[in-house]
Design a protein around this ligand. Structure first.
Ligand code: FES
Length: 110
Protein backbone atom coordinates (compact mmCIF):
# COMPACT_ATOMS: atom_id res chain seq x y z
CA UNK A 1 0.00 0.00 0.00
CA UNK A 2 1.31 3.51 -0.72
CA UNK A 3 2.50 5.58 2.20
CA UNK A 4 2.52 9.34 2.62
CA UNK A 5 4.16 11.69 5.09
CA UNK A 6 2.37 14.41 7.00
CA UNK A 7 4.51 17.15 8.51
CA UNK A 8 2.61 18.80 11.34
CA UNK A 9 2.80 22.43 12.46
CA UNK A 10 5.63 21.68 14.90
CA UNK A 11 7.68 19.83 12.28
CA UNK A 12 6.80 16.32 13.42
CA UNK A 13 6.75 13.78 10.58
CA UNK A 14 4.12 11.04 10.50
CA UNK A 15 4.33 8.33 7.87
CA UNK A 16 0.97 6.67 7.35
CA UNK A 17 -0.62 4.12 5.05
CA UNK A 18 -2.47 5.73 2.17
CA UNK A 19 -5.11 3.44 0.64
CA UNK A 20 -5.59 3.86 -3.11
CA UNK A 21 -8.61 6.03 -3.87
CA UNK A 22 -8.62 7.75 -0.48
CA UNK A 23 -8.09 11.49 -0.28
CA UNK A 24 -5.52 13.25 1.87
CA UNK A 25 -8.44 14.47 4.00
CA UNK A 26 -9.72 10.90 4.52
CA UNK A 27 -6.26 9.64 5.40
CA UNK A 28 -5.60 12.47 7.84
CA UNK A 29 -8.89 11.87 9.62
CA UNK A 30 -8.30 8.09 9.75
CA UNK A 31 -4.93 8.72 11.41
CA UNK A 32 -5.95 11.43 13.88
CA UNK A 33 -3.96 14.06 12.03
CA UNK A 34 -5.30 17.50 12.76
CA UNK A 35 -6.96 18.56 9.53
CA UNK A 36 -10.34 20.04 10.29
CA UNK A 37 -12.25 19.24 7.08
CA UNK A 38 -15.32 21.16 8.20
CA UNK A 39 -17.38 20.72 5.03
CA UNK A 40 -16.13 17.15 4.47
CA UNK A 41 -14.96 17.90 0.98
CA UNK A 42 -17.87 19.91 -0.38
CA UNK A 43 -15.59 22.75 -1.55
CA UNK A 44 -17.29 25.08 0.92
CA UNK A 45 -14.37 25.86 3.20
CA UNK A 46 -10.59 25.73 3.11
CA UNK A 47 -9.97 23.78 6.30
CA UNK A 48 -8.43 20.83 4.48
CA UNK A 49 -5.66 23.12 3.15
CA UNK A 50 -2.31 21.34 2.91
CA UNK A 51 1.03 22.45 1.54
CA UNK A 52 2.44 19.91 -0.89
CA UNK A 53 6.19 19.29 -1.08
CA UNK A 54 7.29 21.12 -4.21
CA UNK A 55 8.81 18.01 -5.80
CA UNK A 56 5.46 16.30 -5.52
CA UNK A 57 3.26 19.25 -6.43
CA UNK A 58 3.94 18.98 -10.14
CA UNK A 59 2.86 15.33 -10.14
CA UNK A 60 -0.64 16.27 -9.07
CA UNK A 61 -3.46 17.08 -11.43
CA UNK A 62 -4.02 20.81 -11.71
CA UNK A 63 -6.38 22.46 -9.28
CA UNK A 64 -9.78 23.43 -10.64
CA UNK A 65 -10.89 27.05 -10.69
CA UNK A 66 -13.27 26.34 -7.80
CA UNK A 67 -10.43 24.90 -5.75
CA UNK A 68 -8.23 27.91 -6.55
CA UNK A 69 -11.02 30.24 -5.44
CA UNK A 70 -11.41 28.42 -2.15
CA UNK A 71 -7.65 28.33 -1.60
CA UNK A 72 -7.59 32.11 -1.98
CA UNK A 73 -9.46 32.22 1.34
CA UNK A 74 -6.97 30.00 3.16
CA UNK A 75 -4.46 31.30 5.71
CA UNK A 76 -0.83 30.76 4.85
CA UNK A 77 -1.42 30.14 1.15
CA UNK A 78 1.71 29.02 -0.74
CA UNK A 79 2.51 28.23 -4.37
CA UNK A 80 2.07 24.54 -3.60
CA UNK A 81 -1.10 24.76 -1.54
CA UNK A 82 -3.96 22.39 -2.30
CA UNK A 83 -7.18 21.28 -0.68
CA UNK A 84 -6.59 17.87 0.84
CA UNK A 85 -9.85 16.38 -0.32
CA UNK A 86 -8.88 17.03 -3.94
CA UNK A 87 -5.73 14.90 -3.77
CA UNK A 88 -6.68 11.26 -4.29
CA UNK A 89 -4.05 8.60 -3.75
CA UNK A 90 -2.75 6.66 -6.75
CA UNK A 91 0.29 4.36 -6.96
CA UNK A 92 2.23 7.32 -8.39
CA UNK A 93 1.71 9.27 -5.17
CA UNK A 94 3.46 6.68 -3.00
CA UNK A 95 5.87 8.73 -0.87
CA UNK A 96 3.94 12.02 -1.15
CA UNK A 97 4.81 14.62 1.50
CA UNK A 98 2.40 17.29 2.69
CA UNK A 99 2.68 19.85 5.47
CA UNK A 100 -0.11 21.25 7.54
CA UNK A 101 -0.49 25.04 7.53
CA UNK A 102 0.02 26.91 10.79
CA UNK A 103 -3.60 28.05 10.83
CA UNK A 104 -6.82 27.42 8.97
CA UNK A 105 -9.78 29.68 8.39
CA UNK A 106 -13.22 28.23 8.63
CA UNK A 107 -15.31 30.28 6.19
CA UNK A 108 -18.45 28.52 7.38
CA UNK A 109 -18.05 30.06 10.84
CA UNK A 110 -16.02 33.25 10.26
S1 FES B 1 -13.09 20.23 3.91
FE1 FES B 1 -14.09 21.94 3.07
S2 FES B 1 -13.07 22.24 1.20
FE2 FES B 1 -11.89 20.75 2.21
Amino acid sequence: MPQITFITEDGTRRVVNAPLGDSILDIAQDNNIDIEGTCEGSMACSTCHVIVDKNWYRKLEEASEDEEDMLDLAFGLTRTSRLGFQIVITEELDGLKVSLPKETRNVLCD
